[in-house]
Design a protein around this ligand. Structure first.
Ligand SMILES: CC(C)(COP(=O)(O)OP(=O)(O)OC[C@H]1O[C@@H](n2cnc3c(N)ncnc32)[C@H](O)[C@@H]1OP(=O)(O)O)[C@@H](O)C(=O)NCCC(=O)NCCS
Length: 170
């Protein structure tokens, strides 16, 4: 079975260790980006250059990851605030019955393992989302957020993180 669909735009420099253990279709993946096992990336997702997407993460339609973004293990994106299987008349929903709500993760941001990102969120440049957070509001550039719902707990430049990776952000 082919697990990277022929309609995926995949740069030759991307690293996908187990190509038969990912599910990628209709998406675009930038140069040097690394993708772990059991990752699903849906159609119309754009992943920038130099990203790292750890195992078991789900990146749904409507998500854009800018360059240098880190996605931890088991990160869940969402694109529908009130999802339903069926319409009011009981008929099965199709793509025509709902609208994808877009999400943007700006350059060099990092999302901790098992975080859930609700629809329509922008995660700012170099921001850090804590493990297990449920992100319900936009995250400012350089902020650290954690918890359920996620709240700002600090700034990355106050921590001993790799400042080079933050592009000198203050
Ligand atoms: C949030 C995080 C970035 C730490 O940020 P920090 O500002 O340095 O936080 P600290 O360790 O100083 O902790 C500050 C407070 O936040 C709490 N905290 C830390 N991480 C938390 C998290 N993920 N969720 C909820 N609370 C958290 C701490 O318990 C502490 O609480 P206290 O003040 O009541 O004692 C980090 O804990 C984290 O979750 N990193 C992501 C790790 C990860 O998923 N890596 C993926 C690949 S291995």
């Amino acid at each position: 079975m082919r697990m990277i669909a022929s309609n995926v735009k995949l740069d030759d420099s991307c690293i996908i260790h187990h190509r038969d253990l990912v599910n990628l279709y209709g998406c675009s993946i930038g140069a040097r980006t690394r993708i772990g096992t059991f990752v699903e990336i849906q159609k119309n997702v754009v992943v920038g250059d130099d990203c790292k997407i750890s195992s078991h993460s789900f990146i749904c339609e409507g998500v854009t990851l800018e360059d240098g973004v880190f996605i931890g293990h088991g990160v869940m994106f969402t694109n529908d605030t009130y999802p339903r299987a069926v319409n009011a008349d009981g008929s099965l929903q199709t793509e025509a019955d709902w609208i994808v709500i877009p999400t943007l993760v700006k350059r060099h941001a990092s999302i901790g393992s098992n975080a859930t990102i609700l629809p329509g969120i922008t995660i700012g440049e170099a921001a850090q989302v804590g493990a297990g957070a449920v992100v319900t509001k936009d995250v400012p550039d350089g902020a650290i957020v954690a918890g359920v719902p996620a709240r700002i707990t600090g700034r990355v430049h106050d921590r001993s993180v790799n400042m080079q990776a933050l592009g000198g952000m203050r």
